[in-house]
Design a protein around this ligand. Structure first.
Ligand code: ATP
Length: 499
């Protein structure tokens, strides 16, 4: 029936016009309006928007660029797990003899910028598949059914593209899967539920022996938000954590991204890897890029070590601001930062990488620490030292000015977070305790007692170094930065004088 709808419609219109003409009505304006509508409809259709209105717009897909696992730094464990899962797809015949079914879905979880998208692209390259990518937010629409239609289109498009390019496999990558795959709450968000249901249906429809075989790779940094139906075996069969890189991984990533940059012979990439503790792959890439920009600004042909060190500060804290501050304010900030730095050096010798007085991002000054090793387990002593370093800024201000300022807000927040961790891990005087059973008063009492005790210790430690403060203060005010080595020399000479 729908096949003839255009003919029937056309017939009805012609008869209508004939009737109007017969009755002597001027049909020219009507004809013009119809022509205009026709042009508009044609334009909409060619842009693919007409289908969207009917809930069937094609999901936006991005093409692939060849990308291999060698282009991904660090992440050896994640790459290994992924390659093993992909081998199930590549060695399809072999594994089917053992009755193993290939995977339908792989979930990559981890913080932003760690290389999840790169992994999906490399997976497509490794399995010689076509690659289609979409983001969870692209499936979100106000109108019920539109998102579901886009999911359907995405799978259809993957099959079509694979057939067209003569490939046996297709990899579909959905970033931010949590946007559509969040826990269903029974009716509040019907549109989201329908989109998720459609995704589940498509996944169930992936017959692993049917060509082209489809592998769905999804990424999220909020795995705990996902609906259990997505996570069950047979859907996302394998969950792979893509974590922040350790020092070795950071060095690997830096080496990959420095290949196209002219580096000075004296650049010590290992040092940059050490100083960029906690950075993601995306941030490391940015360090090299910003470093090259600093070299360009100075009109130099090669990127030098200090360009990369400045770039670390920029990526970590933001660009320098030209906020003007008064002399008193600068002095107070310097005393505050020196408090952190002196405490850090005394509690963890060799850990300060730089003390700076330049305003960056929201901070007026900062101390960059230089952890010698990556830690995954912390002792009570370590955490207490961490709190003392955080409190040392306020302690130094009290020592020199008799009171604190608003500059310690973040330090206190950080200290309270560490106390919370200590309580949760049974590292305080209250012993092992269920934190849900703690009243706000009890929390205040415990954190008060931990923080007061550590504040007294840090004040005592700093009070004995008044001379060191004044000595460093002059240099810091004058030069704006104090390098780690220089700072350690100053401490050593002061300590030998007072010994
Ligand atoms: P998001 O969760 O925000 O989508 P993601 O984990 O998918 O992030 P990618 O898009 O894969 O991160 O990485 C962003 C950029 O960071 C890459 O284009 C690349 O330049 C760099 N990068 C991230 N991780 C790595 C890595 N392990 N090796 C090399 N480069 C990396």
């Amino acid at each position: 029936m729908p096949k003839y709808s255009i003919e029937i419609g056309g017939g009805v219109l012609v008869s209508l016009f004939a009737f109007l003409l017969f009755r002597g009505v001027n049909i020219i304006p009507l004809l013009l309006a119809l022509a205009l509508m026709g042009v508009l409809l044609f334009a909409l259709k060619s842009k693919g928007q007409l289908a969207a209105a009917g809930g069937r717009r094609e999901a936006r897909v991005k093409g692939s660029t060849p990308f291999s696992f060698d282009d991904i730094g660090g992440q050896d464990r994640a790459k290994g797990e992924l390659v093993e899962a992909l081998d199930f797809l590549v060695k399809h015949e072999e594994i089917s003899k053992l009755g193993i079914r290939p995977m339908k879905g792989i979930l990559l979880t981890g913080p932003p910028g760690t290389g999840k998208t790169l992994m999906a692209k490399a997976a497509a390259h490794y399995t010689d598949s076509v690659y289609l990518a979409a983001s969870g937010s692209e499936f979100v629409e106000m109108y019920v059914g539109v998102g579901a239609g886009r999911i359907r289109d995405l799978f259809k498009e993957a099959r079509k593209k694979a057939n067209k390019e003569g490939k046996k496999n297709a990899v579909i990558f959905i970033d931010e899967i949590d946007v559509i795959g969040g826990k269903r709450d029974g009716g509040q968000h019907r549109e989201y539920d329908q989109t998720l249901n459609q995704l589940l249906t498509e996944m169930d429809g992936i017959h692993t022996n049917e060509a082209p075989r489809i592998l769905l790779i999804a990424a999220t940094n909020r795995k705990e938000m996902l609906d259990s139906a997505l996570l069950r075996p047979g859907r996302f069969d394998r969950h792979i954590g893509v974590d922040l890189p350790d020092k070795k991984g950071r060095l690997h990533i830096l080496n990959i991204h420095s290949k196209n940059k002219p580096l000075h012979d004296e650049v010590n990439m290992e040092k940059i890897a050490e100083e960029s503790f906690g950075f993601s792959g995306a941030q490391l890439e940015s360090v090299l890029n910003e470093g090259a920009i600093y070299a360009m600004r100075e009109g130099l042909p090669l990127v030098e070590q200090h360009h990369l060190t400045m770039a670390i500060d920029k990526v970590m804290m933001g660009e320098k601001t030209d906020r003007e501050s008064t002399k008193e304010e600068r002095e107070r900030v310097a005393i505050h930062e020196l408090g952190h730095a002196i405490a850090a050096e005394l509690l963890r010798p060799g850990s300060v990488s730089q003390v700076a007085l330049a305003p960056r991002g929201g901070a007026l000054g900062y101390v960059r620490h230089n952890p010698s090793d990556d830690h995954y387990l912390y002792t009570k002593d370590y955490l207490e030292a961490q709190i003392m370093i955080a409190l040392a800024g306020a302690a130094a201000e009290e020592m020199f000015y008799g009171g604190r300022s608003t500059g310690s807000r973040n330090d206190f927040e950080q200290s309270l977070n560490i106390v919370r961790t200590m309580v949760e891990c049974g590292l305080t005087e209250v012993g092992i305790i269920e934190d849900r059973m703690m009243t706000p008063d009890r929390w205040a009492q415990i954190s008060g007692s931990v923080l007061d005790g550590l504040m007294s210790r840090v004040k005592e430690m700093l009070a004995a170094r008044r001379q060191l403060f004044t000595h460093c203060l002059n240099i810091l005010i004058d030069r704006e930065t104090l390098g780690g080595e220089q700072f350690r020399k100053l401490i050593a000479s002061e300590e030998s004088l007072s010994a």
